[in-house]
Write a protein that binds this ligand. Structure first.
Ligand code: NAD
Length: 491
């Protein structure tokens, strides 16, 4: 029997798994706290081996019929899924701002519309996944993109709704069935997604949610030999474990991981514009993989840049993510607060200078001041490691070559930002080794474009056709043009 729903700020949401079209409770549960004030939001099902098994089995059973549909037949069902997300917009906003600490305004204007688009856009785009003919002298090759099977999707707490739909959209549209393991620190919107899918009439087993912690439930899911793909967004250490477990069964993984991206300000940059964009790196309290967290500023404009950015940062409103005026919300978990402040303390102990911030924010225990450190060496821990909090570093450079060397001088390679005269900035950006880089802008995303990182920031690309390449098995059906003559010497 399904458990009683959790009630969060007047919104009811199931704490159970969603398997084979039904809610399934667990004997074991984990506690869920709000990052806003650490109040207990409730208890959520902890996935046990029987739930993992049931979800994968349900997805396997549902696969042949779902895969046999054409993209045009799946389209109306997935459009209804997007509509049902829209109907629950307020609930999604309330839940994710309460369990993940995401700004309510950002949920309303950014995340929920994007979640709907993630489902709708890929469902439509899948119509173009027709056979691609390759016509040669010898044969007609009918190149097909067939659904791969059961896809396991694992997402992190900093953007659960956005990232889960970013993967579910193309996976389902291509004809796969899915098992989603939400992040244990922010699992509620993924549970509500199951309600939306159910109301949309997705057949049982096509989309399943198994709640639980990573080391137990997540690890069991990715090690299961019945799965065909793992799409993971999260940290580097977890990605290594997942790649090992999936690799044991030769299951392909898409890994979207952390970043330590450069934010380059060239001598010919528009300083005010670069400063206004620079302050955006504190969005979501800096818990954003693609943020440019290492400021590299030309030495001749560094003083002016620091003054301009300080003026913007001083006006930022830190506080409760449910308030419309808030621009910087809480850190997800007390453990993460300690981790972030530990990085700052060690940097300061090592000789770094604070330009602003540097400690807990008076608003509350879960809040950290927007911080900027300088006086750093490239080898310093805080320059090399992802902090995942509102903590940025600033280094100066004297030439483009030096800027590029600093930009490329970490093991990460997710994204980047480059401010400067457009042609100059584009030329520098070309030399920065990352998966993407924004010129005189930040955060422009199109679903058609590839997304992903190089080096420790990830393996593979998602977005547009790249998502379908990952979630599909490519098959070449070869039809000879002339009668085939069997021969042992023929190539
Ligand atoms: P995490 O790696 O700790 O957890 C991510 C997910 O993996 C969670 O659902 C967790 O339960 C699960 N997990 C943990 N151990 C597992 C295991 N052994 N097997 C299977 N699943 C397991 O990451 P996090 O702290 O939740 O998220 C922050 C990280 O995510 C940061 O490094 C950030 O940069 C990264 N991130 C990357 C992107 C991107 O697109 N590149 C986007 C957002 C966040």
């Amino acid at each position: 029997m399904a458990s009683a729903p959790l009630e969060v700020a007047g919104i009811a949401v199931s704490p159970d798994h969603y398997i084979d079209g039904r809610r399934m409770p667990s004997h074991r549960q984990f506690e869920l706290f709000s990052p806003i004030d650490q109040r207990l939001l409730g208890h959520v099902a902890e996935g046990e081996p029987e739930h993992v098994d049931a979800a994968i089995a349900a997805a396997q059973r549902a696969f042949p019929a779902w895969a046999a549909l054409t993209a045009a037949e799946r389209l109306p069902m997935l459009e209804r899924f997007a509509d049902e997300i829209g109907k629950r917009a307020d609930a999604f906003c309330t839940l994710e701002s309460n369990d993940a600490g995401v700004l309510l305004s950002r949920m309303r204007h950014g995340v929920v519309p994007r979640a709907m688009l993630n489902i709708r856009w890929f469902a439509k785009h899948a119509l173009g996944l027709q056979e691609r003919p390759i016509d040669t002298e010898q044969a007609l090759h009918r190149v097909r993109h067939d659904p791969a099977g059961v896809v396991v999707i694992i997402t992190p707490w900093n953007a659960p709704l956005m990232l889960s739909t970013w993967k579910l959209g193309p996976a389902l549209a291509a004809g796969n069935t899915c098992v989603l393991k939400p992040p244990e620190w922010a699992p509620l919107t993924c549970s509500l997604l199951a309600d939306a899918a159910h109301a949309a009439g997705l057949p049982p087993g096509v989309f399943n949610v198994v709640q639980g912690t990573g080391a137990t439930t997540g690890a069991q899911l990715v090690a299961d030999p019945r799965i065909a793909r793992v799409s993971f967004t999260g940290s580097v250490p977890t990605a290594k474990l997942i790649a090992q477990a999936a690799g044991a069964n030769l299951v392909p993984c898409s890994l979207e991981l952390g970043g330590k991206s450069p934010f380059i300000v060239l001598e010919d940059a528009d300083i005010e514009a670069a400063a206004a964009t620079g302050a955006l790196m504190y969005r979501n309290a800096g818990q954003v993989c693609l943020a440019g967290t290492r400021f590299l500023v030309h030495e001749r404009v560094a003083e002016a840049y620091v003054a301009a950015m300080r003026a913007v940062v001083e006006r930022l409103t830190v506080g409760d993510p449910r308030d419309e005026a808030t621009e910087v919300g809480p850190i997800i978990h007390p453990r993460q607060v300690q981790r972030v402040l530990g990085y700052v303390q060690r940097a300061v102990d090592g000789g770094a200078k604070l330009l602003w911030g540097g400690g807990p924010h008076p608003y509350g225990a879960q809040y950290v001041q927007p911080t900027m450190l300088t006086g750093l060496k490239q080898s310093d821990e805080i320059v090399q490691n992802e902090v995942f909090g509102p903590v940025l570093t600033l280094q100066t450079f004297a030439s483009d070559d030096e800027a590029v060397a600093l930009a490329n001088g970490t093991d990460y390679g997710l994204g980047g930002v480059c401010y400067g005269e457009t042609a100059h900035a584009a030329a520098v950006a070309e030399r920065v080794r990352t998966g993407f880089i924004w010129i005189n802008s930040f955060g422009i995303r199109d679903l058609e474009a590839p997304f992903g990182g190089i080096k420790r920031s990830g393996v593979g690309r998602e977005g547009g056709d790249w998502s379908f390449e990952f979630f599909c098995d490519v098959k070449d059906v070869v039809l000879p043009k002339k009668p085939f003559k069997p021969s042992f010497s023929h190539r």
